[in-house]
Write a protein of this length. Structure first.
Length: 474
């Protein structure tokens, strides 16, 4: 089967169609509809026994209009002030935060620097009412930096709302004028305050001007378009199990993306990889004993909504789930799989990945992680296997204008196809499922044993877990 996975296939042409031709894929857009059609057609061509879609609801549609920011400052033309004061106007390169409210065009809004956005920084800045607050950031270098960027934003926004700021502008964590898209939405809701990501070089210029005592104002227009609830869809293909068809393994990746680039690394490459894994299993002639469901989730970027909806809709059959395998970090080399705290599956999982030593994939990690489509299955007690990949070129292009087809390492992506297919077949063909579905109490015990409670609190999920809104109920 590994040999079948490494053979030439439609992988590259599939991804070209998805990224270069269809482009960025935000739920509610025509491009996303076409991407769902692409998934159905590609799965069918790959030899799936059955393909269908399942819709779910996102409470708001959202798209960015023509965001514009112009900054004005003043300076003296000479030390003796001969000729008086001169105004300097420059364009600030910026994009709106996703699922943030619109801001009608306003002029001459004072900009105030709130440093890192701590409570002390806001107090030092003084009155921010009606102003555009500028928040500093550090240059993105590691996964921890990325998770910190997400964790930092909500409390900073809360302080800006409390101070009645007009809007908030985060300096980009990428250099060289790279702009990208993030959201603070965890369930498709509209954020509390109009927000921007401004090019790092422009943000630092404004910060230097303010530090030198110059006043800086902004003309700002953020004409975001916000609409009623939308019905995106997950795409599900199956290879039916030969002996235990009612039990199933899931191999998945998310199909949606932001639209500044074309969503190649995040996560088109892995959507195409899931389709190619189905092809590899079918052409290998190996018949899985359990059914394998190959799922392209939508709404991942808006708060894992598609996978959450699927886990909830299929909760009645999750006792029969034999494992969930997810890829979501570009085409970096797979170094391990993260087991969601499940030490009980560790020994068997080591046996399943033994054939992958040829790709130097030998390790397993037992911690819990959030941030991708394995998460709600993990909260439901299902064994999960999140691919842990090298950063490669992922972070610099993450959600950015530069996330395009040319960044994809197809040689490595082919190896990832083999790894994903091998693990999925291995889980499907075990005599017994790799592990049971954990109870609510067992899941919470695992959270505490892996020191994951703070992570869940920081990501805004702990309260939903405690209240029963999310995760296994008993």
């Amino acid at each position: 089967m590994i040999q079948a996975a490494l053979q030439p296939s439609a992988l590259e042409s599939n991804l070209h169609h998805l990224t270069d031709e269809i482009g960025g894929r935000v739920p509610g857009t025509l491009a996303m509809q076409h991407a769902v059609e692409w998934g159905v057609q590609a799965f069918t061509s790959a030899g799936a026994d059955a393909v269908h879609t399942e819709g779910f609801t996102i409470p708001n549609s959202w798209s960015e209009g023509a965001t514009e920011v112009m900054a004005t400052t003043s300076y003296q033309i000479s030390a003796t002030k001969v000729g008086g004061t001169v105004l300097s106007v420059f364009r600030v390169r910026a994009v709106s935060l996703a699922w943030a409210p619109a801001l009608a065009a306003v002029k001459h809004v004072p900009i105030v620097d709130v440093g890192e956005g701590t409570d002390a920084d806001f107090k030092k800045a003084g009155d921010i009412s009606g102003k555009l607050v500028l928040v500093h950031s550090t240059v993105l270098k590691t996964w921890d930096d990325l998770f910190a960027e997400y964790a930092k934003a909500p409390p900073v926004i809360d302080l800006a709302v409390k101070g009645k700021a007009k809007a908030i502008a985060f300096m980009a964590t990428r250099e060289h004028d790279i702009l990208y898209r993030h959201t603070n939405s965890v369930a498709g809701e509209i954020d509390k305050l109009p927000g921007l990501i401004v090019a790092r070089e422009d943000g630092e210029r404004i910060a230097r001007l303010l530090a030198a005592g110059n006043l800086v104002w902004a003309d700002v227009s953020i004409p975001n378009q916000i609409g009623p609830p939308i019905r995106p869809a997950n795409v599900i293909a199956e290879i039916t199990g030969s002996e235990k068809p009612d039990e199933f393994v899931i191999l998945g990746a998310h199909l949606d993306s932001w639209e500044l680039g074309t969503g190649a690394l995040d996560n088109g490459c892995n959507a195409a990889m899931v389709i190619d894994a189905l092809r590899a299993i079918k052409t290998s002639g190996i018949k899985p004993k359990r059914t394998i469901r190959f799922i392209l989730f939508s709404g991942e970027e808006q708060g894992l909504i598609g996978s959450r909806a699927y886990a909830f809709a299929h909760r009645h059959e999750l006792d029969k789930a034999a494992g969930v395998v997810i890829y979501d970090t570009g085409t970096g080399k797979t170094t391990s799989f993260i087991l969601g705290g499940r030490k009980d599956v560790l020994d068997t999982a080591k046996e399943l990945i033994a054939p992958l030593a040829q790709f130097d994939l030998k390790e397993l990690k037992t911690e819990m992680e959030w941030g991708s489509d394995h998460f709600d299955f993990m909260l439901e007690g299902v064994p999960t296997f999140m691919a842990d990949q090298q950063e490669a070129n992922y972070l610099e292009n993450y959600h950015a204008v530069s996330d395009t087809y040319d960044k994809v390492d197809f040689a490595q992506l082919k190896k990832n196809v083999a790894e994903a297919a091998a693990l999925s077949i291995g889980l499907a063909n075990l005599p017994q499922k790799i592990g049971p579905r954990l109870t609510h109490d067992q899941i919470e015990q695992t959270m505490r044993e892996t020191n994951s409670v703070d992570m869940l609190k920081g990501s805004g999920i702990w309260d939903d877990w405690i209240s029963g809104k999310r995760g296994r109920q008993k």
